[in-house]
Write a protein that binds this ligand. Sequence first.
Ligand code: CO
Length: 210
Amino acid sequence: MDGSYKHLLKGNREWVKERLAMDKHYFKKQSTSQQPEYLWIGCSDSRVPANNVTKTQPGVIFVHRNIANVVIQTDLNLLSVLYYAVDILHVRHVIVCGHYECGGVSAAMQNEDFGFVNNWLRSIKEVYAQHKTELEKIKNLKKREDRLVELNVLAQVHNLAKTRIVQRAWKNGSLQLHGLIYDCRTGKLNDLNCKMTNQTHIESIFRYNL
Ligand code: CO
């Protein structure tokens, strides 16, 4: 093991000590079950860890992360996480969190060939194409990228709403979808005010008779 890798294990031992100093039964309690209230779908970017930026403890947020926080209907990983969080853990809120300075969104705005990643970024290019008029009115490229970050989150919240998992949860109880942006320039999370709580938020063709 090189020094930098060992650093992680050293950090872990220190963290365990700190936890036990606060509550000697901490890990005993943690090991019995989890009852998170939130599912967080965020970017894999190392600067946006869900618990840190929301000042929450382990056990509060169930997390799925991928490049540029996209919700793709054929992504078995995402669908499994969503199903487990909603149907089994009964989370009350599903949050899509994007962030400014997102490498994935920035890459999707270019015509450069990123090899295999092109496939993953395709859905963000679709969002761009859909909002091309609005986006290309913004001459400052950094501001245009920021807007695409926001539009991407809005599109992914819609994609969540189109899933059977979310629509069944709406029929059988309450579930709220939210879109957030993490601003890594200030550390602040901003709500995009796109809360969805029922099928009326999406085009009728996507509504299932459940
Ligand atoms: Co990102």
